[in-house]
Write a new protein. Structure first.
Lengths: 212, 157
């Protein structure tokens, strides 16, 4: 049984959050843990996981660096959530819900700390149509808090256009039927999915069950 | 307007002097309604004004409309069983200070709770609230005084 267990880091990550949802819904025999990443040694000793899911930000932590450098784990047992995983989408959650779109723009602030000037002007207007989400350290009148994965699907289904950075959430937004704009080039409106998408269920099957 | 009991949950801010002056005027000029304050501290400075002041714990059992001035009071009293309506006097943007709170918790409080009416201190706050929550505040009250209270609250009851 211990072979199937995974560690999930404490840092927020799009991929890891979706693995949690799928583990809960479809893969009941995968256990996941949200640990304090500084205690990765202790957690590894206790759980003896088969796969360890880390996100990119965690790699800078001393404890994680040491953990990897000492080769306690095989490199192949690490899954690192990077932006090249953008085509892995939770299609069970992100789909068309046919809800009326009552709001205009939702800006997902993951990894955005500075708002470009052209958007700042809009945010200062009396008739601002932009709502911002998902950056717990960004204090702004139009930052309306954080979102869980299924809540993001609700946002993508009730806003006409999603604004993101580096194509993060582009595929999720398009699957839910909204338009997508990159924060740096707001004139480029994307409406069609061009990437070859992989359902996260298939990703989990491949990563966690292929070797069994 | 029918007779109504109106309670004020007193904040720990500079507003308190204006609130007391407004309630004194309300008691003098508005004979239809009854007014009471709830405070968690002894209000020695204002005890001679003739305003009934009760302990804040009594507010839980209050029948009538409640007027609150900070987000902590709003969160506490939104679950009070007997409160007819809550008026929240918004002097700043409370969700701006807590960007780590889940959006749906904020939405439940500011948008979906039909029992809560928001009155903003400035036109800018009015616009921000309206734009964020797709819901019109009751109005703008730049100064807390009897005239403004009569215009916004007594006329809407």
């Amino acid at each position: 049984m211990t072979k199937n267990k995974i560690i999930i880091s404490s840092t927020h990550s799009r991929l890891l959050d979706n693995i949690k949802i799928c583990s809960h819904n479809h893969f009941k025999y995968i256990d996941w843990y949200t640990i304090n990443i500084d205690e990765i040694f202790k957690a590894y000793d206790l759980i003896q996981p088969y796969k360890i899911c880390l996100c990119k930000q965690d790699l800078d932590k001393v404890s994680v660096k040491t953990f990897i450098e000492q080769k306690i784990v095989e490199q192949s047992s690490l899954i690192i959530d990077e932006y090249n995983f953008l085509n892995i989408v939770n299609m069970n959650v992100f789909k068309s819900y046919q809800i009326p779109r009552i709001n205009k723009y939702a800006m997902l602030l993951d990894n955005i700390d500075i708002i470009p000037k052209h958007l700042q002007i809009e945010l200062e207007s009396d008739e601002c149509k932009i709502h911002m989400f998902n950056n717990a350290s960004f204090e702004h009148a139009y930052n309306l808090g954080t979102l869980l994965e299924h809540q993001k699907a609700f946002i993508f289904s009730t806003y006409e256009t999603i604004i993101g950075k580096n194509n993060l959430y582009k595929n999720e937004a398009l699957l839910c039927g909204s338009k997508y704009i990159d924060i740096e080039s707001i004139d480029m409106v994307e409406t069609n999915i061009t990437d070859q998408l992989i359902n996260i269920d298939d990703f989990i099957k491949k990563e966690f069950y292929a070797t069994e | 307007m029918q007779q109504n009991d109106v309670g004020f949950l007193l904040p720990d801010t500079r507003l308190i002097k204006d609130i007391y002056l407004m309630i004194t005027d309300l008691i003098d000029k508005d004979f239809k309604n009854q007014y009471v304050c709830f405070s968690h501290t002894q209000q020695k400075n204002y005890s001679k004004l003739g305003i009934p002041i009760l302990s804040i714990t009594e507010s839980k059992f209050f029948y009538g409309s409640l007027f609150v001035f900070d987000i902590e009071s709003l969160v506490i009293c939104k679950s009070f069983p007997n409160v007819k309506k809550i008026y929240y006097y918004m002097t700043d943007i409370p969700w701006k200070k807590t960007p780590n709170i889940n959006y749906f918790d904020l939405r439940n409080l500011y948008q979906e709770n039909t029992n809560i009416e928001v009155i903003t201190k400035t036109p800018n706050l009015y616009n921000v609230y309206k734009n964020c929550w797709n819901k019109q505040p009751l109005g703008i009250m730049e100064e807390l005084n009897y005239e403004n209270f009569k215009r916004l609250i007594l006329s809407s009851e």
